[in-house]
Design a protein around this ligand. Structure first.
Ligand SMILES: [Zn+2]
Length: 283
């Protein structure tokens, strides 16, 4: 079943390119945080992550969370929050039925509190890693507890409590995924490593064909295309370096097997530039 995907740019942070991949420049470059608006013919409006929002600044005002803001200087504003962008497009944000949370880093959950009526979907093993953590323990996970809605646990569905289904050979070396609605329209693939329990989303867009939103399993398209690991210092923030490496390699192989499949890292400048120039992704 096809859906319509629109990518929303919620702002960016500046970071040295060389941190993100081998061979990167010693130069600060913007890492945009994209969120995906999904129009599903049966299940209505859904979001894949919520990127940044000005709530990030509130959540990082005090120590030790302020360290997060210093490590990743963020540029965003009210108008770039997902909720405001939906309003600007004439979409009632309260019609968003569900939010798929790839993982719990602050640049993916910035807008969660702006959708108080939406169901929430994540992997339990991702949530368990951050649940109840505050202070330095939270910071170590890239987690800002103030961004989590108070009623999170009442609204969440832990997708990985179900069993995964086999994926068609077309997605090798990935072999299984969680079929969110049981109709093969949204397939969640375990991409742990960068964060425990991170998932990516396979879907088929009306206009652009198959897409794999791979969250932060790679920080740029060139990283999976040319199989370039991040700088050793950046690898220190990965939850599990071995699994990170395995998933980056799998993405690399998948990209070689399937030139028709658009693999989209959340923070890839190339993805953002491509979509910015292609109106059908944006409206
Ligand atoms: Zn992340």
């Amino acid at each position: 079943m096809n859906v319509k995907l629109t990518l929303l740019d919620t702002g960016f942070c500046r970071q040295l390119e060389l941190f993100s991949r081998k061979g990167g420049r010693l130069k600060n470059v913007p890492f945009h945080a994209l969120a995906g608006l999904i129009e599903h013919p049966v299940h209505g409006l859904l979001l894949f992550d919520t990127g940044y929002s000005p709530r990030f600044f509130e959540a990082t005002r005090t120590f030790p969370y302020s360290i997060y803001g210093k490590l990743t200087p963020v540029v965003t504003d009210e108008a770039q929050g997902v909720r405001a962008q939906l309003v600007a497009r004439g979409i009632d944000p309260d019609l968003v039925k569900g939010i798929l949370i790839s993982h719990f880093h602050g640049d993916h959950i910035g807008g969660l509190r702006d959708f108080p009526q939406a169901k929430l979907y994540c992997f339990e093993k991702a949530y368990e890693r951050v649940r109840g953590k505050t202070g330095l323990a939270a910071l170590r996970e890239g987690f800002l507890p103030d961004l989590i809605p108070d009623d999170f646990e009442e609204r969440v569905t832990f997708v990985d409590r179900n069993s995964p289904v086999p994926l068609s050979k077309a997605y090798q070396p990935y072999t299984e995924a969680y079929d969110l609605f049981g109709d093969q329209s949204l397939l969640l693939v375990d991409l742990s490593g960068h964060a425990q329990g991170q998932f990516g989303l396979l879907l088929c867009d009306h206009d652009h064909g198959e897409v794999f939103l791979c969250a932060d399993a790679a920080w740029s398209s060139v990283a999976y295309r040319d199989h370039l690991l991040p700088h050793p210092l950046a690898r220190l923030i990965m939850a599990d370096q071995k699994t990170y490496r395995e998933n980056l390699y799998k993405l690399h192989v998948l990209s070689r097997n399937r030139s028709d499949l658009r693999i989209m890292p959340t923070h890839c400048e190339e993805v953002w530039q491509t979509c910015k120039g292609d109106f059908s992704w944006r409206s």
